[in-house]
Design a protein around this ligand. Structure first.
Ligand code: ZN
Length: 242
């Protein structure tokens, strides 16, 4: 299957639409959570995600917080303000959709979570040390994660179980090696200093992975955020990707 892999859309409709248009025809879509949070279009993003073929959608920490089931104490004041705004906006239909997403899902040889296999909702896999611990928490060859908003592949070598980190170029095709933890980056709020929306295409029969980037009208999203009175920091960061 040709599978669209997306994560951390964060209510950024323009970025999500650009990704869907650029991805072309896919057989399935796996979304690794945080459909909402930060951005100005939570309901529109929930609606659009649901139109994707053979969708698997995981629960992210912002999704959980937006429907009132996650803790928000770890959120900084701006993030909390943003979450309260999301809570007010969400329609009943959007809430129902987010409520039925799961923290962990197995799809063939792939374990899907938002944060990490060790702590599906909250852990950030930013370095090889934290990734190394998570390899004990899934059985198959591959795990897909989001949450950090940074595209990366962590690979565990069969010898000594040493974990290495790599960031392949966008558009290049990577043959995934057992065992690996892979993050496609963020659709709606990239944090790797590249403001373009990030996603990936996976061929799950050949285990081939391709990181992709696509431009979208950042200024349009920023205008919507301003009009909604969302925090300045979350508006500015979109244009430089931090
Ligand atoms: Zn996120």
């Amino acid at each position: 299957m040709r599978i669209l892999i997306i994560s951390d859309i964060h209510a950024n409709l323009e970025a999500l639409q650009a990704v869907i248009d650029a991805a072309g025809e896919v057989d399935a879509a796996w979304c690794l959570g945080d459909v909402v949070g930060y951005g100005p279009s939570p309901n529109e993003c929930v609606d659009l995600v649901q139109q994707l073929p053979n969708l698997i959608c995981l629960m992210g920490n912002h999704d959980a917080a937006a429907i009132g089931i996650g803790e928000t104490e770890s959120f900084n004041p701006e993030a909390r303000l943003s979450i309260e705004w999301q809570q007010e906006q969400l329609t009943e239909a959007s809430q129902e959709f987010l409520q039925q997403t799961r923290e962990r899902q197995q799809a063939g040889d792939y374990t899907l979570v938002h944060g990490s296999p060790r702590q599906p909702l909250f852990e950030y896999l930013l370095d090889t040390e934290s990734a190394a611990l998570s390899f004990q928490y899934f059985q198959g060859n591959f795990s897909l994660v989001g949450h950090t908003h940074i595209p990366v592949i962590f690979k565990q070598s069969p010898v000594m179980e040493r974990v290495t980190l790599s960031i392949p170029d966008p558009e290049s095709v990577t043959q995934l090696q057992p065992r690996s933890i892979i993050n496609p980056g963020s659709v709606g709020q990239p944090r790797d200093r590249d403001p373009r929306a990030a996603y990936a295409i996976l061929d799950d029969e050949r285990d081939q992975w391709s990181f992709r980037r696509v431009e979208y009208p950042v200024d349009k999203v920023q205008e919507k955020m301003k009009a909604a009175g969302l925090p300045e920091r979350h508006i500015i960061r979109l244009e430089s990707g931090w």
